[in-house]
Design a protein around this ligand. Sequence first.
Ligand code: C5P
Length: 227
Amino acid sequence: MAKLAIALDFTELEDAERFLYSLEDKDVIVKVGYSLFVKYGTDITDFVKNRGFELFLDLKLHDIPNTVYNGVKGAVYNGADYLTLHTLGGKQMLERAVEAKKDSNLKLLGVTVLTSHSEEFLKTLGINSSIEDLALKLAEIGVEAGLDGIVASAKEVPKLKSSIKKPFLAVSPGIRPFKVENDDQERVVSPEEAVKLGADIIVVGRPIIKAENPNEVIKQIKKQITK
Ligand code: C5P
């Protein structure tokens, strides 16, 4: 059954804590990214774990293999259940990351091409493949290296799942349970569609954390993804 990850994109610890206190459903993953982790470190990760949520550290690690190895060990130590890293870091880096999480519950999720990158930018680097082809190649390398999942738009999931033979978790942001004004997510799909397309974890931020009644939105999303 697909899971819901809530992007805890607050900048103040108090706001994040107040929000988590108010959640009625503990069966959700809580995604902590730069905005809280760089500032508050284990104050926020311990809070998430102590409240009984699964912890998703979205730190997109990308460095030399040994440094990433130590970073992954740190995430295991902090009780993270999910951690992101850049597949662009290369096969060796990914393999060292997989080695570091051995015997733990941590699931490593690979990021491919950032949505902020364009084909023009790739060309300036001398890369002539399309973003889609590059993302598929990077996802293949990641899964081959032993990653547990890949972060990808739900619209890309069918292609990834049919091309990559080894099973992996497809983790999809860009989900909108309803229309949001002035939205910066361009390629959005509903929770129900995302799951139909093969997403295993959907990542939803603002439609929940900025809602008047987050618990109600969570209920609606859960209904859609458990149909
Ligand atoms: O608020 P919203 O639902 O757009 O939040 C989506 C979350 O997923 C954010 O935390 C964002 O950083 C993350 N994300 C994304 N697009 C990607 C990768 C990650 O929106 N390609």
